[in-house]
Design a protein around this ligand. Structure first.
Ligand code: B12
Length: 334
């Protein structure tokens, strides 16, 4: 096989799709997904950007993740600890993976001022992002399969043991900011990350540089001092954790960490100079088409009932929160 590669003068080993012998002749069928294929599939699916990473994560990501868990900064998110081994090596669970396609999708939209000052993160203003990005990734996969129908794949959008930000960085799409959020080159951080594991080797994309440099605005301005080290968030002090992930009632000190946010928090992204420079309203209205309904609901404060919650938040990310926790958040934020 080495001779064939040398003969083809390819820089990256193509995948042997099939070999067959006819008499003394050996026919080798190659499958090669090029950066152009990837670019085209990203364009067709209307995603903002895409790149390729190797399945192995660099040591620095693994060390940082372990440090974070060992220090207990994951708060009550025990599921992160339980799935640690799978997260640090995706091939534990999916041994067939040869490359990781990472996509970004811009969801930036105008913020939502409510009359009572209660705030909701920009990312929850439309349909559930898991569904939107997953659908677009299915289109990407269908395009790739046109090259070779035998390619296997698996899609994740915040739905499995995958270190999405680390892969996005390895795929050359931008960098992990000091605020712990991934900043897409030319896009900013108001973007979701989606993953498509592929059973075929594809040449990894070139890396980009970390442009946070000496800026520490996010660290200084977080009202809860939740960013304890560049890129390391103490979830127990993070408004996003408290309002989205935390179950049960808030302690008195937790209540003081809400700062009028009833679902998620965008504070450390709002202050980021790269967002001021790059953020543009998303071309996909699905990301903000529930804005008015949500605004009206929040304006009503705690007068909602469960039926109303179900109606307003059906098929949004907030639906996962449940009526009870939403009321807990609104009451505490007020
Ligand atoms: C757990 C989780 C949370 C937790 C913990 C947050 C965190 N920063 O880890 C909580 C509930 C707090 C949370 C909040 C939010 N989340 Co969240 N969350 C996740 C989840 C499920 C896992 C992340 C994880 O593994 N964290 C563990 C930490 C240790 O890993 P890490 O952050 O990747 O840490 C890396 C860096 O530190 C890096 N590193 C190593 N060395 C160094 C050195 C330096 C100097 C730096 C800067 C970094 C660095 O290596 C580490 C390992 O990869 C991902 C989805 C996924 N499967 O990846 C979504 C995800 C990260 N969340 C997302 C979003 C949108 C948010 C919020 C913005 C929502 C909101 N508006 O309220 C906030 C942001 C809060 C913040 N400042 O981080 C998006 C982020 C998109 C993006 N552009 O980055 C993701 C990727 C989901 C998705 N598919 O789009 N989240």
């Amino acid at each position: 096989m080495t001779e064939i590669y040398a003969f083809l003068e390819v820089q990256y080993k193509p995948n042997i799709h099939q070999t067959s012998f006819v008499g003394e002749k050996c026919f080798v069928y190659l499958t090669m997904i090029t950066p152009d294929h990837i670019k085209e599939s990203i364009c067709i699916s209307k995603l903002s950007a895409g790149g390729i990473s190797e399945p192995a994560l660099q040591e620095k990501y693994i060390r940082q993740f372990e440090k974070w868990l060992n220090w207990g900064h994951h708060a009550d998110m025990e599921w992160l600890k339980r799935t640690k081994e799978d997260r640090i090596d995706i091939r534990n669970k999916f041994p067939w993976v040869k490359s990781v396609l990472v996509v970004l999708d811009n969801y930036f939209n105008d913020s939502l001022p409510t009359h009572n000052g209660i705030k909701i993160t920009r990312y929850a203003m439309g349909q559930d992002y898991h569904d939107i990005v997953e659908k677009k990734l299915r289109t990407v996969f269908a395009e790739i399969k046109k090259v070779d129908n035998c390619i296997e794949g698996k899609i994740f959008v915040d739905s499995g043991p995958v270190m999405e930000k680390a892969y996005a960085e390895q795929a050359g799409l931008g960098w992990i900011g000091k605020n712990g959020v991934f900043i897409g080159e030319g896009i900013g951080s108001y973007c979701f990350i989606g993953i498509l594991l592929l059973s075929i080797a594809v040449q990894p994309s070139d890396k980009t540089v970390n442009r946070c440099d000496s800026c520490t605005l996010c660290i200084e301005r977080c009202p809860n001092q939740a960013i304890i080290d560049p890129g390391l968030i103490d979830a127990g002090r993070c408004t996003a954790y408290l309002t989205i992930e935390k179950r049960g009632i808030f302690s008195n000190s937790e209540k003081t960490y809400l700062n009028k946010w009833a679902y998620g928090c965008d504070f450390c992204q709002e202050v980021c100079p790269w967002n001021h420079k790059w953020s543009k309203i998303t071309p996909d209205p699905c990301y903000y088409n529930r804005k008015e309904q949500i605004r009206t609901y929040i304006d009503l404060g705690n007068q909602g009932n469960m039926d109303k919650f179900n109606r307003v938040f059906k098929n949004t990310a907030i639906e996962r929160l449940s009526f009870k926790r939403m009321q807990r958040n609104i009451n505490a934020a007020l």
